[in-house]
Design a protein. Structure first.
Length: 338
């Protein structure tokens, strides 16, 4: 029988021999055969290592490009088991090839992927009037910002942010969910400029506090810029700039100083300004130059195609014609609601 000392000496020799072996042999020796499958020290089988990568794009990215919502919205749909791919329930992380004839359904409705294949991004400028809701439908039958937009086949308009019912001005719509999501995200710090009429006594100390930052119920907030724009007495106009779009943020900032907002109009998003002559309720599709400015602003590749006819000189619609169309639409809407 071996003594304890001889066992220890044998163990030390084997350890020394193992240390002197090449590193690739040492790694191989760490694997074990279990139930006919070879596993490495990390627990991955050889067959798992040989599996090919799944080709294609992420499902939520394809559906966002097809105008079915932002990536976050679509990820929520997938998590709620509302999306299927070729009859099987989709899961987060699924990838698809849009050119393979794959059939995708949301809530049982088949999705036209033609928009995703062509990858044509479109952006509208809309002059939102007061009284319209930033929602697709309202159970009370009130007007929404989507009511007057041009109809689309195989895609849908996605609002870039929101304006509350009492706020008017520039609202952007796009068919590209990823573009919309990035433009809205606070990390991009895209500027929004508003023209605001306030009621109350405004002094320099108050303006300094609003520039520096005040505490709101959902965290600190401030105006990046404040410029006096006219008015006398208790009613004055200011142009203010923000880099995020929290709910009613402009109004809440002024209200934190005891000042009431009586009019609020968004006039700029990034460098895109509300077009002069565009009446409330009117829209205008953006040319490729402005569209690509927005895409570059949030780190997306430029678009190469447009739905606008670039072979003909671009004519701006006369504001009088747009006003007549808007008025006609409003009259028809009243009839239907009666």
């Amino acid at each position: 029988m071996k003594t304890n000392q001889s066992r220890k000496n044998t163990h030390k020799r084997s350890e020394k021999q193992h240390e002197n072996r090449p590193h690739f042999e040492r790694k191989e020796s760490q694997s074990a055969v279990i139930l006919g499958r070879e596993f490495s020290a990390k627990g991955k089988s050889a067959s798992q290592k040989m599996q090919p990568k799944v080709e294609g794009e992420k499902l939520q990215k394809v559906l966002a490009r097809a105008g079915q919502g932002s990536r976050r919205e679509i990820e929520a749909m997938i998590a709620e088991n509302r999306v299927s791919v070729d009859g099987k329930m989709a899961t987060l992380g699924d990838r698809i090839d849009v050119h393979s004839g794959v059939r995708i359904r949301i809530d049982g409705r088949i999705i036209n992927l033609q928009q995703a294949q062509k990858e044509i991004c479109r952006v509208l400028m809309y002059y939102k009037p007061e009284g319209e809701l930033c929602t697709r439908s309202d159970p009370e039958g009130r007007a929404t910002v989507f009511d007057r937009l041009p109809r689309l086949n195989g895609a849908r308009w996605i609002a870039v942010g929101r304006l509350d019912i009492n706020t008017s001005g520039l609202l952007l719509f796009t068919t590209d969910g990823e573009l919309a999501n990035r433009l809205m995200h606070p990390s991009r710090e895209v500027e929004r400029e508003y023209s605001v009429r306030v009621f109350g006594q405004v002094d320099d100390a108050m303006l300094a506090r609003l520039r520096k930052g005040v505490q709101l119920e959902d965290g600190p907030a401030n105006f990046k810029e404040i410029k006096f724009a006219g008015g006398v007495g208790m009613n004055q106009w200011y142009d203010v700039t923000l880099t995020e779009g929290r709910n009613r943020e402009v109004r809440r900032l002024w209200e934190s100083q005891g000042i009431q907002v009586s009019r609020l109009i968004r006039t700029r998003y990034g460098n895109i300004k509300l077009m002069k002559g565009l009446p409330r309720g009117g829209w205008e599709e953006m040319p490729l130059e402005n569209l690509n400015y927005l895409r570059e602003l949030v780190g997306l590749a430029p678009e190469t195609e447009t739905k606008l006819d670039v072979t003909k000189p671009r004519r701006r619609p006369k504001s009088g014609q747009i006003r007549k169309a808007v008025k006609r639409y409003a009259e028809l809407g009243k009839r239907y609601k009666k």
